[in-house]
Structures are given as C-alpha cells and as structure tokens.
Ligand binder design. Structure first.
Ligand SMILES: [Mg+2]
Length: 400
C-alpha cells in the first residue's frame, strides 16, 4: 500500500473557452475553433480547440498568424461572463472534494487532498471522480494531475491532455521528472531555460544531476530553487483563495507582464470590480491589498490601511497603485490582484481629508450611477478610458 504524506491535485480544463463554445454550439464540434480578438487588430488566440491545434495554432498566437495557418479557422469573440459562470460551477465542484482550493485562473486550480483517503478513497480514484463530476455538471473535460509535490501535480495534469489523468506516486517523483524537457519545469522561464541549455542541460534529470553550487554560482538563489524543484523538492502548500476572506479580484496573465501601464490598467479594472462588489453588498473596507506573483511563482502581498473605510474605486485604485509602485521589483509578473479587507457596513466611510470638497460624495454618486447602468444594460458598458486602452484586453487571457 502506498503511503502519501501530502496529496496535491491540479485540475485544468481542456481548451477551456473553446470547449465551452463548442458545447454550446454542437455544429462546431470537430472543427478548428479559436476564441480571441480579430486578426485586423492586435487580436491573439485565447484558446484553441484541439482540431485548431493540429494546424500549429496555440494560445497567445497572433490571430492573423492563426488564420494564415488555417484559412477556414472559425474565430469566436468569446464571452467572459459565460466562462465566469462555468468557472463558478467548477470551483463549487472542487469544494466537494477539498476545503483547501487554490484557483490559478478561471479553469485551473490546486486542491489539497491530503488526508482525504479515508473519506474519499485513493487519490487516483478521487481524480477520476473530480473529472466525472465536472463532466456531469458542465459537459466539459478536465485533465487532472495528482502528486505528493505541488508543482509535480501541475506538470502531471498537462502531460496527457486532453482528458488526462496522471498520478505520480510517492517515491516515483524523481523518476517521473527525470526524462522531461526543461520547459516542463514550472518556474523556469524562457531565459533561464536558454541559459541552462547553454550549459548543456536538456532534461529536468540533467538539472537534478548538476552540482547545486554550480547553479548557485550561475543563477544565485534562483539556482538553488531550480535545483530543488528538479530534485522534486517543493515545500509549497495549497494557498486557499484569499477571495474567500476579502473582496478581491485577481488575474493570471497569458504572458508574464512587465509593462507598468498594463499593470496599472489591470489594477484599475480590478479596483472597479472590487468596488462594485462592495457597493452591491453595502459594505466598505479599510485595508487595501495587492498581490503579485512573479514569473518564478514568488508571491507577495502588500497592504495599506486607509484613513477610513471606502467602497470607492478611485480610492482603492490609488492605494493599490501606490503599493505597486512601492513594492514591485520590475520583474515580470504572472498574476496581479487587488483586495479590500477589514470590511464594515456601508455608511462607515470617513470623508477623505485630502480630497477636494464634495469629491467623495460625487464619486460615490458616479459609482452608483454606473452600477445602475450596468444592472440595466450589462457589465462592461461603462469602462474607464484607461482600461479600454489596455493593450491585451480581453483577447490575451489564456485558458489552457
Ligand atoms: Mg485549461
């Protein structure tokens, strides 16, 4: 009998956006379908069906290129509200299997299954049941990876896509990693990979067999971390979603982002969403927090306590932007988020002493008007100019 000390599952929907579209229009089945922005602008592929992938099309590819590769490609603009609804269904299924869930994006999450064997059964069987529960509820296919090490579960879910279920048993972790190419190593970006390849390394096993001191000399602390990962050592735990404890919004980029303007535009968009939810629930909050996850998965959260509670998007944005400017190392970011904590009932707001007279109440009235317009006409009808200018919106979100 196998003894698991830790059990991590990584669940990832197959070609998520494209699969949702095909589900909802069966005439698309078996055809090359992509979701993404138009080829005449800067549109990129957000998701590609497996038929489209046989033409060499993949997510993040410019749409113009995709259409050249496959002239009869079917392009759909996509519907984020639909994907968000499906995402909620998927996340609620995860809750039946584990109280500790860490979503990475709309269609992807880690589940901590440690200690569930006596109630749910062996990890491999739990993985199969997660897949069938998702399929039953959404008619969509997920791939699942299960391993005693977090990042190994992530690699495993991707290995036999689509419709994959890969279980890496304790004691088989290094054998599992050994033959895999370096690009599979979660945490090694393209530049690091190039440098490792220039050292003559090709597989994760090659990296594991390299002297740790050599890697530290070449890459500093990151070298030590890479070597640990290659050896299957990863102490990271599932970090349950902070959204549960606060009003927050976060987003994983399709491509790591180091453009300050884009990051600020995303923060503004997120501040708007958070403020809308605060107002919807008639609450306000006094602590603004940002979350940054770098390309190498180092994650930091930084917070600031306001002079008084707020539900105003501008106040939340300015605080979040201040934290970004102060704490961001300028390294590429893969995830950014804004949250508001220390929640109080609405009406607890204290006027901002530094704001021009009446601006707070004017802003609040404006925000409430926007809420009413959106209630009537749908979300996204009123968008700050800065968010509209955001270069990668919305076509650059990936769903692989
Ligand atoms: Mg996916």
């Amino acid at each position: 009998m196998t003894t698991w000390t830790r059990v991590f599952a990584h669940v990832d929907m197959d070609a998520f956006y494209a699969s949702v579209e095909i589900r909802d229009d069966p005439s698309l089945a078996g055809k090359p379908v992509v979701v993404g922005g138009p080829s005449d602008g800067r549109g990129v592929v957000s998701a590609a069906s497996y038929e489209a992938r046989t033409y060499g099309i993949h997510s993040a590819m410019p749409m113009a290129r995709a259409e050249r590769l496959c002239p009869h490609l079917i392009r759909l603009p996509g519907s984020f509200s639909k994907y968000t609804d499906v995402s909620k269904q998927i996340m609620s299924i995860f809750e039946q299997f584990s109280p500790r869930i860490e979503p990475l994006s709309l269609d992807e999450a880690f589940l901590d299954l440690t200690g569930t064997a006596h109630s749910l059964g062996p990890p491999g069987e739990v993985g199969a049941r997660i897949k069938s529960a998702i399929c039953e509820r959404t008619q969509l296919i997920a791939s699942v990876g299960i391993a005693p090490v977090k990042f190994v579960a992530k690699i495993a879910s991707d290995l036999e896509k689509p419709d994959g279920l890969v279980v890496v048993l304790p004691g088989e972790v290094t054998a599992f990693l050994d033959p895999l190419p370096l690009k599979r190593l979660w945490g090694a970006g393209p530049r690091t990979r190039e440098a490792l390849e220039a050292m003559g390394l090709q597989t994760i096993g090659d990296l594991a067999r390299t002297d740790r001191r050599t890697l530290v000399a070449r890459f500093g602390k990151h070298g030590e971390q890479l070597h640990r990962l290659a050896c299957g050592e990863d102490e990271r735990e599932v970090v349950p979603d902070w959204e549960a404890k606060s009003y927050s919004h976060e987003e994983t980029f399709a491509h790591d982002c180091d453009d300050p303007e884009t990051l600020e535009a995303v923060l503004l968009d997120q501040a708007q969403r958070v403020a809308r939810r605060l107002r919807h629930d008639s609450v306000c909050g006094r602590i603004v927090q940002i979350k940054l996850r770098y390309a190498d998965f180092r994650t930091l959260t930084r917070r600031v306590t306001l002079s008084g509670p707020t539900a105003d998007q501008r106040t939340i944005y300015e605080a979040a932007r201040g934290l970004l400017l102060l704490h961001w190392s300028r390294a590429p970011v893969r995830l950014i988020g804004v949250g508001v904590q220390a929640i109080l009932p609405a009406g607890s707001e204290v006027p901002d002493l530094f704001a021009p007279p009446q601006s707070e109440s004017r802003r609040r009235r404006l925000a409430e008007t926007i809420d009413r317009i959106e209630e009537r006409f749908g979300r996204g009808k009123v968008i700050p100019a800065k968010v509209l200018r955001r270069k990668d919106r919305p076509s650059n979100r990936s769903s692989d």
